[in-house]
Design a protein around this ligand. Structure first.
Ligand SMILES: [Fe+2]
Length: 495
């Protein structure tokens, strides 16, 4: 495959949908400490740490496909670097549902995104059980690696071999199987610990309660919950992600309704029952952090801009305002009951755009600016600057400038000047979330490495690509010995 590095992305790209869809297949093997072969560039000596990635690893059982890849069982990949030399370990998360279904090679649980059990509507109606699929994110908290799925509790894994230890309550912090977000934030700028892990769990219904938790994640008390607060809001809340600043936790409640009837009647998955309500106003729930100067105060609720958001990029405080960057969609993207997710028409789906909300805490208003109108997702900043003003963001984006398509390129944008540079794997390469690892030898914001798991459609296999975060030059490409479907989130942990 020829990778193209260029300042301007091609406006007339082509991608082969079969190349893209070929990533969707079951992961066939589990490996332990398998050395990786480099196919381009050279090992990067200063890398000492582990790249953890999570994503669906089982998409079909006994001839039945999941209805949406988000319903696939979680498979963790860990690529460990020692003085720049990488080796790969990968394991399925041995959840209760994974083990039950593996035994008979058949889906016996309904999926949130529309996967049905066999036997039609009658066999699915009134079955409201769900499977904790542990497929969304993987992080290290204290001495444990956690596989996360937002609607239920985390699974603890052995950090060395990824063996599943089991569902954890984090030492009694969580009730049995209590919801624990798949989007924790690492805060390196708090005065309470050199690293805090800030996260939330949501209990939703006619009223929704957000539990905001802050754990120490460094030193002797790493893994210990040090801050815990709960706030209740009116109405059903669907919150996948949030953002933090030094003093605030910011949630965007999309203007959507949840009508559970088709789910209860066995016609749709629960997430397929979410629908935008144009008569409703989206809201920001802005909760004071108990580690900040507004501790003990009640949350602030402010009308939010129209649109749907899964992921935020970063937020920071400026005078009495919060500046929040997010990926906005015009509407909630969902794969309908009669559609095949491997053959979707990208033109019919809303695309993500990088936008900035300026939230005026004193005036109680917000306004929205577009930072880039190219379709993108999975945007990040230098992790050391999370919660503070960052000058740069890196993200996965389409190869073309306009319209929806698979994510094939990586873009770096200067958030102040809006200057952009890009690296593209089109036509046959497909990218995932870029993970930015700051350089150990420089404090400059954009010096470091970008790790990207890439689906190489030419050889129908996965590559690990490492780019220079500053100029997006290719530093190293490794051909992986396993094929990994298009995945979700991951993190880097220094040795
Ligand atoms: Fe996410």
């Amino acid at each position: 495959m020829t990778y193209i590095q260029e300042k301007q992305i091609n406006d007339n790209p082509a991608f082969n949908k079969e190349d893209w869809a070929s990533a969707y297949k079951n992961v066939e093997k589990e490996l332990t400490n398998e050395p990786l072969n480099i196919s381009k560039g050279g090992n990067i000596g200063e890398l000492n740490g582990t790249l953890f990635r999570n994503g669906p690893g089982i998409l079909e059982r006994g001839g039945q496909w999941v209805h949406h890849p988000f319903d696939g069982d979680g498979m963790i990949t860990a690529i460990r670097f020692e003085n720049g030399k990488p080796s790969l370990t990968n394991k399925f998360v041995q959840t209760k549902g994974f083990l039950e279904e593996k035994k008979i090679n058949k889906f016996i649980y309904r999926g949130v995104f529309g996967t049905q059990k066999s036997g039609g509507i009658l066999n699915n109606a009134l079955d409201l059980k769900f499977k904790n699929i542990a497929n969304t994110h993987v992080i290290k908290l204290g001495n444990e690696v956690l596989a996360l799925w937002e609607a239920a509790g985390p699974h603890a894994l052995d950090p060395n071999n990824l063996d599943t230890i089991g569902l954890t309550t984090l030492g009694g912090v969580l009730k049995s199987n209590e919801a624990f977000s798949a989007h924790p934030k690492s805060d390196f700028n708090s005065n309470m610990s050199s690293e805090l892990l800030v996260t939330f769990g949501i209990q939703t219904g006619p009223k929704s309660t957000i539990r905001l938790m802050e754990f120490s994640n460094a030193g002797e008390n790493a893994g210990e919950l040090i801050i815990d607060r709960k706030d209740t809001f009116n109405g059903f809340a669907f919150l996948h992600d949030f953002a933090i600043t030094t003093n605030w936790a910011i949630f965007l409640q999309n203007a959507i309704d949840f009508n559970p009837l088709p789910f209860v009647m066995g016609q749709k998955g629960a997430a397929q029952c979410l629908k935008s309500n144009p008569n409703k106003k989206a809201k920001f729930f802005i909760i004071p952090r108990e580690s900040g100067v507004f501790k003990g105060q009640p949350p602030i609720i402010i009308d939010a801009p129209d649109g749907f958001v899964f992921h935020h990029v970063n937020a920071y405080e400026k005078d009495s305002k919060i500046i929040l960057d997010s990926i906005f969609y015009d509407d909630f993207p969902s794969v309908g009951p009669d559609e095949n997710f491997r053959d979707i028409d990208f033109d019919n789906y809303p695309e993500g755009n990088l936008k900035r909300s300026i939230i005026d805490l004193k005036g109680g208003t917000s306004k929205l600016e577009t930072l880039s109108s190219q379709c993108c997702e999975f945007a990040t900043v230098n992790p050391k600057l999370l919660g503070l003003k960052a000058s740069y963001s890196w993200m996965a984006c389409t190869d073309k400038k306009i319209g929806n398509a698979p994510l094939q390129a990586i873009k770096k944008i200067n958030l102040i000047t809006k200057e952009e540079i890009s690296w593209s794997a089109a036509p046959s390469g497909f990218v995932s979330e870029p993970i930015m690892v700051p350089s150990q030898s420089s404090n400059k914001e954009d010096e470091g490495y970008l790790f990207i798991l890439l689906w190489n459609g030419s050889r129908r296999g996965s590559d690990l690509v490492i780019l220079d975060a500053k100029d997006l030059k290719e530093l190293a490409i490794y051909e992986l010995p396993i094929s990994i479907p298009h995945g979700l989130h991951g993190s880097w942990v220094n040795n």
